[in-house]
Design a protein around this ligand. Structure first.
Ligand SMILES: *[C@@H]1O[C@H](CO)[C@@H](O)[C@H](O)[C@H]1NC(C)=O
Ligand SMILES: *[C@@H]1O[C@H](CO)[C@@H](O)[C@H](O)[C@H]1NC(C)=O
Ligand SMILES: *[C@@H]1O[C@H](CO)[C@@H](O)[C@H](O)[C@H]1NC(C)=O
Ligand SMILES: *[C@@H]1O[C@H](CO)[C@@H](O)[C@H](O)[C@H]1NC(C)=O
Length: 324
C-alpha cells in the first residue's frame, strides 16, 4: 500500500473527490484538420477560463479503441478536461489490418501537429485557453492502449510525461500478439522512463472471443511495465464500459459488461485518470492518493489497487528521445 508522507501533507486541508467533475467548465471543439496528408477528425475538449485572463493547460492525446468513434468517449474525456487538461482525441483510419504499425505511425504525427498548430487553432474558438506543450500525456483504450505504448516505445515524440492504458490489448491470445508486439512477457521489461497507469476491466477476459484476452491485456501490461506503474481493476465492468451510453449503445454488443448504465465506469475511469494526471503532470498528488487509498469509495467495485514503485518526486520526467 502506498501511504506516503506526501499524502498526509497534501491532504491536510482535504481535496474533493476526483470522481466529481473538476473545477473547469468544459467546451467541446470538434475539428477536421489536415495532418500529414490525411484529413483527420479531432474531438477536442478544453477547459474554459472566465474573463480575459489567459491560462495554459497541459495536453492529453487520447487514442480510441478498435473501430470505435472518438466521440464515444465524450464523458470520460470531458471529465479529464474538467481537471485542467486539453484533451485531443484523433479519429484514426478505419482499420483493415490487425497490424497496428500504421496506426501507431499516424498517431505519432499528431503531437507534431499539436506543437505546430494547436495554439493557433484553439485561439479562434477559445482564445483564453492556451496549450502547454512542455507536458504531453498519452491515454489510450483497447487497441488505442497498445498504440500509446507503441508511441512511447518509438521514442521520437518530445515531452511525453506519462502514458495511460485503459484496458490495453496487444493481441488476441497468449503468444498471439498483433504486430508490432508491445509486450515481451518479461517482468519490468517495458521501461518507458515515465510513470504509467493501467486501468483494467474485470470482465474483459470473458466472452467468445474475449475483447481483452488474458495474457495480452491489463494484467500483463502491469507485469511488463517497469516502475513506477499503478493498476486499478473494476471487477464488474467490461472492456467497452468506458464508453458513453445512449448514442454508443452498440459498443456493448461485442464485449460482456454491465447490463446497467455505464456511467459509474465513466466516472471512475475519468476520475482515476484525472487524478493520476494531476499527480504526474500537475504536481498535485492529493486526488491520486485519495483514489488509491480510499479505493472502496469508488463509484465501481475495485480490486485492491496495485503499484510497483512510488509516485516520483521529480515532475519533469519525460520519455527519452531515441535517434531516428
Ligand atoms: C518511430 O516512428 C517513425 C514514424 O512512424 C518511424 O519512421 C521510426 O522508424 C520509428 N522508430 C522506432 C525506433 O520505432
Ligand atoms: C519539450 O521539452 C524540452 C526539454 O525538456 C524543452 O526544451 C522544450 O521546450 C519542450 N517543448 C515545448 C513545446 O515546450
Ligand atoms: C495465460 O498464460 C498462462 C501462463 O503462461 C497460461 O497458463 C494460461 O493458460 C494463459 N491463458 C490464456 C487464456 O491463454
Ligand atoms: C510541487 O508542489 C510542491 C508543494 O506543493 C512545491 O514545493 C514544488 O515546488 C512543486 N514543484 C513543481 C515542479 O511545481
Amino acid at each position: 500500500m502506498m501511504i506516503s508522507f506526501n499524502f498526509f501533507f497534501t491532504c491536510l486541508d482535504g481535496c474533493t473527490s476526483a470522481y466529481d467533475n473538476g473545477p473547469y467548465t468544459v467546451q467541446n471543439v470538434p475539428l477536421t484538420v489536415p495532418i500529414a496528408q490525411s484529413l483527420r477528425f479531432l474531438w477536442i475538449a478544453v477547459p474554459t477560463v472566465e474573463g480575459d485572463v489567459e491560462e495554459k493547460f497541459p495536453v492529453v492525446q487520447f487514442q480510441h479503441g478498435f473501430l470505435i468513434m472518438n466521440t464515444c468517449y465524450s464523458q470520460i474525456i470531458s471529465h479529464i478536461a474538467s481537471y485542467g487538461f486539453i484533451v485531443v482525441a484523433p479519429q484514426m483510419d478505419p482499420i483493415i489490418s490487425v497490424d497496428a504499425t500504421k496506426e501507431i505511425s499516424d498517431a505519432i504525427d499528431v503531437p507534431f501537429w499539436l506543437q505546430a498548430n494547436l495554439e493557433s487553432t484553439l485561439s479562434l474558438e477559445v482564445p483564453e485557453t492556451k496549450p502547454d506543450l512542455s507536458k504531453l500525456a498519452l491515454v489510450g483504450h483497447s487497441r488505442g492502449g497498445k498504440v500509446v505504448f507503441g508511441m512511447g516505445k518509438n521514442g521520437t515524440i518530445p515531452n511525453v510525461s506519462t502514458i495511460v492504458g485503459l484496458d490495453p490489448v496487444d493481441g488476441d491470445a497468449n503468444g498471439n500478439q498483433t504486430p508490432p508486439g508491445i509486450l515481451t512477457f518479461s517482468e519490468n521489461s517495458l521501461n518507458l522512463g515515465v510513470p504509467t497507469l493501467i486501468v483494467g476491466s474485470g470482465l474483459g477476459p470473458f466472452g467468445f472471443p474475449p475483447c481483452a484476452p488474458e495474457n495480452v491485456s491489463h494484467e500483463q501490461f502491469f507485469f511488463d511495465l517497469s516502475e513506477p506503474v499503478f493498476q486499478f481493476v473494476a471487477k464488474d465492468y467490461g472492456h467497452n464500459d468506458f464508453l458513453d451510453d445512449v448514442v454508443c449503445e452498440l459498443t456493448r454488443l461485442p464485449c460482456p459488461g454491465t447490463l446497467g448504465s455505464r456511467m459509474p465506469m465513466q466516472l471512475f475511469s475519468g476520475g482515476v485518470v484525472a487524478a493520476f494526471l494531476q499527480a504526474i503532470v500537475g504536481n498535485n498528488t492529493c486526488f491520486f492518493n485519495d483514489v488509491f487509498i480510499n479505493y472502496e469509495s469508488a463509484p465501481v467495485s475495485l480490486e485492491v489497487p496495485q503499484q510497483k514503485g512510488e509516485l516520483p518526486q521529480n515532475h519533469n520526467l519525460q520519455v527519452p528521445l531515441k535517434d531516428e
